[in-house]
Design a protein around this ligand. Sequence first.
Ligand code: MLT
Length: 404
Amino acid sequence: MTTINKDYLKLQGSYLFSTIARKVREYKADNPQAEVISLGIGDVTQPLAPAIIDALHKAVDEMGHAETFRGYAPDLGYAFLRETIVKNDYEARGCRITPDEIFVSDGAKSDSGNIQEIFGKENVIAVCDPVYPVYVDTNVMAGRTGAYSPEKECYDNVVYMPCLAENGFLPQLPEKTPDLIYLCFPNNPTGSAIQKDELQKWVDYANEKNAVIIYDAAYEAYITEAGVPHSIYECDGARTCAIELRSFSKNAGFTGLRLGFTVVPKDLVREGTVLRDLWARRHGTKFNGAPYIVQRAGEAVYSPEGKEQLKEQVGYYMRNAEMIRTELASAGFEVSGGVNAPYIWMKTPEGMSSWDFFDRLLAGANVVGTPGCGFGAAGEGFFRLTAFGSYENTCEAIRRIKSL
Ligand code: MLT
């Protein structure tokens, strides 16, 4: 008889953003006239920048001629893209990363879900609470949970690090020593950012404990303040303890195109094995490369025109962030984030639960956000709004929230 992977049965019914999408579909079916504005999932709304469109057109034409046609991409991604990434994202920031440590992929969500495959099942993982649900769910699917403890209502091998308002929504070093530490900065969902000296403490801790940090830097383009690192490799010693995940979704609007990359330094060695080689083995076996035309589009992100156009695009979303933050604060809401990240984290009013507030906003203002508790227990009583809407829709949504 066929058996199933029973670890899947430990998961909640559906993925957070699928649950929200279903609720909104049901609401719209019952209220067909409602003009619903979504500030829920962090999906971009602005069209691709002209430099990217030009690169796509050119690459599509190349695919139509025998001399320039490309088939399977190289395992790690095209050298033109990996070299451009190294030059712009790492050398320009004084970080020592080489092109053969870059693995081009179809996005940071896949990478953040897949990276756990190269680690043993017995590893203890530490995650922030609240947290991007993919980190936890993929470890649960892989059976990396340990036993369930009914008193604590959690699994023994999953350590939650509460990110509370009194600590600026930053995690504290955990009591139980983890083997894998997931960090995401600027943070999704709280929008908080970490200073370089604070991140250095995590790097030193990971090196001391022989742990590995999986550092999700998908939102680095939104950093506006000095002293906030764009990459974990800006910290001393990160090459021996950190893997970095990067995305083209939020900085360049590739949520529909799909492109990202993972950095695994060759100095990262555990149990005598170079992790970069394990990831190369996994990547080569299970992935046939991001499409050529998309990798050319990724290269255009770093062209002088691309950089200029994307700076403007990021600025557009950050104008939304600032507006949401200041308008809600002036209306008396407790808000944070939105300074180095496109997410605003607000306390629900009058002690409402996150889902009650979600329902209230949807029914009363036709505005969709993301309930904080969907990101973890410490997110209960909070609500996330994204700055990725159009300016007009964002203004209208905030007007409706305030009048409600
Ligand atoms: C989010 O809303 O948290 C993100 O858009 C989800 C993602 O990037 O997969």
